[in-house]
Design a protein around this ligand. Sequence first.
Ligand SMILES: NC(=O)C1=CN([C@@H]2O[C@H](COP(=O)(O)OP(=O)(O)OC[C@H]3O[C@@H](n4cnc5c(N)ncnc54)[C@H](OP(=O)(O)O)[C@@H]3O)[C@@H](O)[C@H]2O)C=CC1
Ligand SMILES: CC(=O)N[C@@H](CCC(=O)OP(=O)(O)O)C(=O)O
Length: 345
Amino acid sequence: MIRAGVLGATGYAGAELVRLLASHKDTEIAMLASKTYAGQKMSEVYPSLRGVCDVVLEEADAETAAQKCDVVFTALPHGVSNEVISALYEKGLKVIDLSGDFRYNDIETYEKWYQVKHSCPELLKVSVYGLCELHREEIKKARLVGNPGCYTTCSILGLAPLLKNNAIETKNIIIDAKSGVSGAGRGLGQAYHFCECTETMKAYKVATHRHTSEIEQELSLIAGEEITLSFTPHLVPMKRGIFATEYANLKKPYTKEELLKMYHDFYQNEKFVRIYDNALPENNHVTGSNFVDIGLTVDERLGRVIVISNIDNLIKGAAGQAVQNMNLMFGLPEDEGLCGAGYYL
Ligand SMILES: NC(=O)C1=CN([C@@H]2O[C@H](COP(=O)(O)OP(=O)(O)OC[C@H]3O[C@@H](n4cnc5c(N)ncnc54)[C@H](OP(=O)(O)O)[C@@H]3O)[C@@H](O)[C@H]2O)C=CC1
Ligand SMILES: CC(=O)N[C@@H](CCC(=O)OP(=O)(O)O)C(=O)O
């Protein structure tokens, strides 16, 4: 059995990890860490876990983690993660970080977009970007994985086949994306009060959101040229889900069928990517699952392709992808513990 620990277990992403790990047949939950709730059972903080995970939360340091665990998931805010991870890494543990701290190849890009100083930039050289469909072979050999963001997973997978096939112009890509409120985490904030976010929608961090740089990094690697793009995130009144609409100008007049074939070819054998040939996806189809659903339309008048991609931000956008990464790092079947459909209602 793989002994797994979670730092930040009481956050939304951490709690989803606990839920998934509790039913994973090759892991045992060896340590759950929390500052605020230390001494309480996980199931007291999240009563849905009663009888499923009654592990007592503890204030754990790297030494404790090293004694109890083979792998540690860090579901902490960015900036906090990079302070604890070097100690975990030095102890020889496998580490999967859910924050943005280990997703970048270039320290300057991270520090510019996150506006924080990285405390262990040398580890960026060994960390691997954990988007399994794109970096599978590197992840299998990695000891430190930077698990991708939710908007980024959805947007990158939505556009990757078009760039790989050189089918779209690279100077004017637009990504319009919506997130459920759980994307902002469990901490309190005025913008996330019920009255502030129900029955309304708002764009935020327009032209400045940090995920822009993460999407650009990965799409540039696929395209083989530097890509800059527009990314506009919105908060919408759902509990969970990312709905991304990607717009790009076609280099020549492709049909929808030709473009769909690129997607089927690019994602052949990918268990968690579902391509829609005759419809468009919607959030209800992926909620609670590790799937990425993708559909597209060609606007012949404008010579433009419009792609719709959907994920559950807490599963494929966070905890599910982290478990997928763990499976790869430990040589387990990639879909272990992640096979189920989500819940439609
Ligand atoms: N929510 C989402 O959809 C996604 C989140 N992520 C990333 O995953 C990480 C966790 O996110 P999420 O679960 O949403 O966040 P939450 O705010 O819900 O949880 C974060 C947890 O970290 C612990 N913590 C430890 N130190 C601090 C600190 N200084 N400030 C605040 N919390 C602290 C807290 O637990 P305690 O007080 O019990 O110690 C808290 O419960 C973040 O880096 C986020 O960016 C990535 C993809 C999607
Ligand atoms: C709705 C909402 O606020 N969402 C978060 C994104 C959460 C996430 O995936 O981002 P990181 O892991 O990169 O922090 C945001 O826009 O900051």
